[in-house]
Unconditional design. Structure first.
Length: 397
């Protein structure tokens, strides 16, 4: 798996025109930046029409050759004017006196979005007939309109970012600018888009990201709270808490990042049931939990062995695996269910469940009580199940 030492190229490819009226530029115009922090790229518009303009509508559609760059793109709150993500309303005169008016009719479309996957669209519309709520573009003066934060996902693929999306068609697709006063009937007369005359144009910006998105080595598995080959004691809602060597990414992984499969004889596995679990991160830990709620049967069968493997797609975390077995009633975790487990569960009777005592909450409700002792008692004497033949004593990724 290739996660570090990556080089990404960011280029903005825009249509040129001899009669350009609005040009897009970036600051910084290019350079090399650490992938661990990314870079804030300021977006500027320059009006080259020969006269000052008041812009009443701006839409930019960001697209990329590979969705990995868009998945790492965010729109910071802008300190100038109003703290609305991406936009800089410092040229709107009412912002200084009535900040709540800044950012009216503003939206940011999710990345990737449906029904236009892979398009990050941002748009703002001021009041058509109120100059005080329009962005001023002085002739031949670059005006900062917003900031986009770029931070590539862990992937070896170079990226090309396009801020105009010239292929976009229809009223809500493709970048455009509209300016001046007027009514909706005359809207098209002031529309500036890529490929039109006059046109929305721009230059290129090449950005290199190095060092990997992690800012250092991938974090590695340190332990699970009952170790590898742990025995899980609850009838349902079993939870595995996995600790790593450092903080894991704040964005939690998804089921597609793992396989959770039953161990079968001959070093074979059952179907992947990873989708029946939730995945939560907290600092340097990952919490994997069976989602089944009574009376739904638990995802994990009593007496069976399972393995959780990472798929190599969780950025900044080294591949890992854990084997575990399901032993309903095994409160002390030694692989056997006997009267010692009743005594162990009895020490927490009357307590609400928490991460430390959850092994004693055999019936997986909110509190540990005598019902848990009764539940454990029904499993006393069940013989332990050996790990199926062909599997390693301790799994390796």
């Amino acid at each position: 798996m290739f996660k570090r030492g990556l080089v990404f190229c960011l280029a903005l490819v825009l249509v040129t025109s001899a009669k350009a009226q609005v040009n897009i530029t970036f600051n910084p115009p290019g350079g090399s930046f650490p992938a661990a922090t990314g870079v804030d790229v300021e977006v500027f518009l320059t009006n080259t029409s020969g006269a000052n303009k008041e812009v009443r509508f701006v839409q930019l559609d960001f697209t990329a050759s590979t969705a990995g760059l868009l998945s790492g793109a965010t729109y910071p709150a802008n300190p100038a004017g109003a703290t609305v993500p991406f936009w800089d309303f410092s040229s709107i005169t009412t912002c200084s006196t009535t900040p709540s008016t800044c950012g009216q009719n503003h939206f940011i479309e999710a990345i990737p979005a449906t029904p236009r996957p892979g398009v990050g669209s941002i748009a703002w519309k001021g009041l058509t007939q109120d100059e005080s709520l329009q962005i001023t573009l002085t002739n031949n003066v670059a005006r900062r309109i917003g900031v986009i934060h770029l931070q590539p996902a862990a992937s070896p693929t170079p990226y090309t970012l396009n801020a105009i999306n010239a292929a976009g068609v229809g009223p809500d697709a493709g970048s455009e600018i509209r300016w001046g006063f007027g009514v909706i009937a005359g809207d098209d007369l002031t529309k500036v888009r890529s490929g039109s005359v006059p046109a929305l144009t721009g230059g290129t910006g090449s950005y290199t990201f190095t060092g990997g998105t992690c800012g250092g080595p991938d974090v590695t598995l340190v332990s699970a709270d009952r170790g590898n080959n742990a025995a899980l004691s609850q009838i349902r809602r079993n939870k595995i808490i996995i600790t790593f060597s450092g903080a894991v990414p704040a964005a939690p992984p998804v089921a597609a990042d793992f396989t959770v499969r039953k161990l079968l004889a001959g070093n074979t596995f059952g179907p992947n049931i990873a989708a029946q679990f939730t995945y939560t991160v907290n600092g340097s830990t990952l919490i994997v939990q069976d989602t089944a709620v009574s009376p739904t049967p638990a995802a994990l069968e009593n007496g069976s062995w399972y393995s959780i493997h990472s798929m190599g797609t969780w950025s900044c975390v080294a591949d890992f695996c854990l084997d575990f077995r399901v032993r309903h009633g095994d409160a002390d975790g030694n692989g056997l269910v006997n009267f010692a487990d009743l005594a162990n569960a009895n020490t927490s009777v009357g307590q609400p469940q928490n991460d430390a005592n959850r092994w004693r909450n055999i019936d997986a409700n909110a509190v540990i009580n005598f019902a848990d002792l009764a539940a454990a008692n029904t499993f006393i004497g069940n013989p332990p199940t050996a790990k199926p033949a062909g599997h390693l004593a301790v799994c390796v990724p």
